[in-house]
Ligand binder design. Structure first.
Ligand code: SAH
Length: 396
């Protein structure tokens, strides 16, 4: 197959060389290593077209074809001109990931297993509600952060997703759902709350966010695209400087000791630093707010004392609080708080003046709830650890 591709590519190259008098080094390089245009946002596409001697406005044409008309075949892009279409099919491609499986929950939630080169896969979830439809997108294959209550963390980490693999999830979900950009907008909100820590994959996530936001892309308003982080402080500042999107913080405890047990990253960026980053994020020129996510775990972080401390902490930032009942998964030592505890917790924080909602668990029957996304992680970290362990065992 790979050989067939190569032969075809060489044939195309010969035809190309016969019809074009000059070919730049950039083009030679691109022919050998076709560039996936899904990896580029508008700025990236403009640079790309300039680098191959074309007008930068071609970027807008391509974006409209791909994101407004869901067209990925250069030959169908009729306003590009035959020569340019031919050139593009030689040096570039529009390569989407692949839907490996689609599952429907009885509550309307849809979960896709989306596969990439090399056998890895992530999960993408669509959650319909009466007035909105939220798409939960993954940013990494697995996750390196190891939060003790999250099944994605328990799987280890394989690699970052590329921009094309991130925006490709939105593209595929939009197609599968019959989302119409200027008609029936099935997807109204995007949350980067799937597998992975988006701010640890900043360079690929940023262009993907820009494609979600841009009018030439999916055209979502700034408050309808949310980046959720376990608390990577430098990443929060970078995000605030580069793009206007909503921020969600996975807080889970107002006490450093408990938070470190749940989110080990807290050791590096403790609560005080994290809260300062949130205050700085909202105080910039845009009218921003932060959503704090708080997973309620029985006997760990659901005590009234936690609720009272949380009130004191969150009063200092314009924010909303999203309480998430813990979703169990095989092998976890944690349990979900009782209904009474959840209600009591919500009451205390609301009396304290916070805006707090309890997130309804969705898609439970297809394992699509928060922290249950597993995909298929061909785990490198775990493997190297295992090898080290094996070596240690064999040499001792
Ligand atoms: N790494 C980012 C993006 C993942 S978002 C982040 O941490 O924010 C996934 C959300 O679900 C996070 O708020 C996470 O803390 C929460 N979560 C993880 N495991 C969970 C579980 N088992 N039950 C309920 N919520 C969980």
């Amino acid at each position: 197959m790979a050989q067939m591709d190569r032969i075809l590519q060489e044939q195309r190259l010969r035809t190309f060389l016969a019809t074009e008098s000059t070919i730049s080094p950039v083009e030679v390089n691109a022919i050998e290593n076709r560039i996936n245009l899904l990896d580029l946002d508008e700025a990236g596409l403009r640079d790309f077209f300039e680098s191959i001697g074309e007008k930068p406005f071609r970027a807008q044409q391509i974006l409209k074809w791909v994101y407004h008309h869901a067209e990925t075949d250069f030959q169908a892009m009729t306003d590009l001109g035959i020569a340019l279409r031919q050139k593009l099919s030689l040096i570039a491609e529009i390569k989407l990931p692949e839907i490996l499986q689609e599952q429907h929950s009885i509550d309307g939630t849809v979960k896709w297993l989306i596969g990439f080169n090399g056998g890895n896969a992530v999960e993408t979830v669509y959650i319909p509600e009466p007035k909105r439809g939220t798409l939960c997108v993954s940013s990494q294959i697995g996750c390196a952060l190891n939060c003790s209550f999250c099944s994605t963390g328990a799987q280890g980490f394989a690699r970052n997703l590329t921009t094309g693999e991130i925006i490709g999830q939105v593209w595929l979900a939009a197609q599968a759902l019959g989302h119409e950009r200027n008609g029936q907008r099935k997807i109204t909100n995007i949350v980067m709350m799937g597998m992975g820590e988006p701010l640890l994959n900043f360079d690929a996530v940023l262009p993907a966010l820009s494609l979600m936001r841009s009018d030439l892309g999916f055209g979502f308003a700034s408050r309808r695209v949310t980046v959720s982080t376990a608390g990577l402080v430098p990443g929060i500042y970078r995000l605030g400087e580069h793009i206007d999107v909503a921020l969600a913080i996975s807080l889970h405890s107002p006490f450093d000791e408990v938070r470190t047990e749940l989110v080990p990253l807290n050791r590096k960026y403790p609560i005080a630093q994290l809260m300062q980053a949130c205050r700085d994020f909202v105080s910039e020129k845009y009218k921003r707010t932060v959503t704090f996510e708080y997973t309620l775990i029985d006997g760990v972080n659901d005590h009234p004392e936690h609720a009272r401390k949380l009130v004191k902490l969150l009063r200092t930032v314009p924010s909303k609080l999203n309480l998430i009942p813990f979703n169990p998964f095989p092998g976890t030592r944690y349990r979900c708080s009782s209904q009474d505890r959840i209600s009591q917790f919500q009451e205390i924080v609301m009396q304290g003046g916070l805006i707090a909602t309890v997130r309804k668990t969705r898609g439970e029957d297809i394992d699509a709830a928060c922290g249950q996304l597993v995909g298929k992680v061909l785990d490198r970290t775990k493997r190297s650890e295992r090898i080290k362990l094996q070596r240690a065992e064999t040499t001792s």
